[in-house]
Design a protein around this ligand. Structure first.
Ligand SMILES: Cc1cc2nc3c(=O)[nH]c(=O)nc-3n(C[C@H](O)[C@H](O)[C@H](O)COP(=O)(O)OP(=O)(O)OC[C@H]3O[C@@H](n4cnc5c(N)ncnc54)[C@H](O)[C@@H]3O)c2cc1C
Length: 304
């Protein structure tokens, strides 16, 4: 079994920033990533608030992050962590390919999109239902699509899809959006989009592919059928924390409470940062700041 000073789980902004800092501090560190390095920014149509870039497509920024990681010569282990335990003072990590141990671990696994929970949503996933406009948007060129959600993610993906699709419907269960007003204004200014509030989805139509959706006005109870080919539910996030087999690390929502200064979890030597923490605002810079704070604490802990 290979032993490390620190193992980082997740190569998003938090994990990448942290891996580079720890590597530069001379630690024996590696980072696990089972999907595309760069994390969630790979599915961000555009990032408009990252210093140094006025506006940059998310996947391009993810490439910059990955290049930076490679330049620092951080070892990346392209495997999915399926179990994290603690035996004595050492943390044990299991993946389908192997077993690893480390004196300290940083969990930076972020979140995944929440499903609507509608009857045929799972069956029609990949046949009209998608949780990522940047990944799948091109399949809906010239077609009509529905975006569901009221946060920045839903608003940005609706703007992105308006460029590709024939018509974009956006529904949200409240009349006010959680997302930024400038994005709502930008969407309103487009002539191939329709915003419908306060509406919720009732059912997804179609047997082997999406043909429409039934939506309901939550104030009046009135139902409407929209004929369309694509549905993008963007209604929140679920933390990627199922692999943690140590009691008391996650809270009832699956996020990880940490000490605000050191980012240490309830377990000594175990740290967490980024979108996996309990928080309302999820941003790249917040994830990086968490990583920086955790690294400082990790270096001090290892010195002891
Ligand atoms: C559409 C969209 C637009 C956005 N726009 C902006 C913006 O303009 N500005 C901004 O600042 N932020 C934006 N964000 C938010 C930003 O992308 C996130 O806050 C940030 O990426 C979180 O970083 P993280 O490192 O905490 O987690 P993530 O980026 O989610 O990275 C976590 C990584 O861990 C990996 N992972 C998970 N579980 C495991 C496991 N068991 N084993 C191995 N690897 C695992 C995942 O594959 C992923 O790569 C946007 C997000 C979305 C979805």
């Amino acid at each position: 079994m290979r032993t490390f000073d620190t193992l980082i789980i997740g190569a998003g902004p938090c994990g990448i920033r942290s891996a580079i800092i720890l590597k530069e501090a001379g630690l024996n560190v590696a980072i696990f990533e089972y999907s595309t390095p760069g994390g969630k920014i790979n599915i961000a149509p555009r990032v408009d608030n990252y210093p140094g870039f006025t506006k940059i497509p998310g996947p391009d920024l993810a490439v910059e992050f990955f290049n930076w990681l490679n330049k620092a010569e951080v070892e990346m282990i392209p495997e999915e962590v399926t179990s994290l335990t603690k035996e004595g003072k050492m943390f044990k990590i299991q993946t389908p390919e192997g077993e690893y141990e480390a004196k300290t671990v940083l969990i930076a696994t972020g979140t995944k999109e929440r499903e609507l929970g509608l009857p045929n949503e799972k069956e029609l996933f990949g046949h009209g239902v998608s949780y990522c406009a940047v990944c799948d948007g091109h399949f809906f060129k010239g077609q009509d699509v529905l975006i569901i959600g009221g946060g920045n993610t839903a608003l940005k993906e609706a703007i992105y899809m308006a460029d590709l699709a024939h018509h974009v419907y956006l529904i949200h269960r409240r009349n006010e959006f959680r997302g930024n007003k400038y994005l709502v204004d930008e969407l309103n200014a487009l002539d191939n989009t329709t915003i419908l509030t306060p509406y919720v989805p009732v059912s997804i139509l179609g047997d082997d592919k999406v043909t429409g959706a039934v939506i309901k006005n939550v104030e009046t109870g009135e139902e409407k059928t929209l004929e369309l080919q694509g549905i993008f539910p963007l209604v929140g996030q679920i933390p990627n924390s199922k692999f943690i087999k140590i009691d008391g690390v996650t809270n009832e929502w699956g996020t990880i409470p940490v000490d605000p200064k050191t980012k240490q979890t309830s377990v000594e030597g175990l740290y967490a940062g980024g979108d996996i923490l309990p928080r309302d605002i999820r941003q790249i810079y917040l994830s990086e700041v968490d990583g920086k704070a955790a690294c400082k604490a990790i270096i001090e802990y290892l010195k002891k």
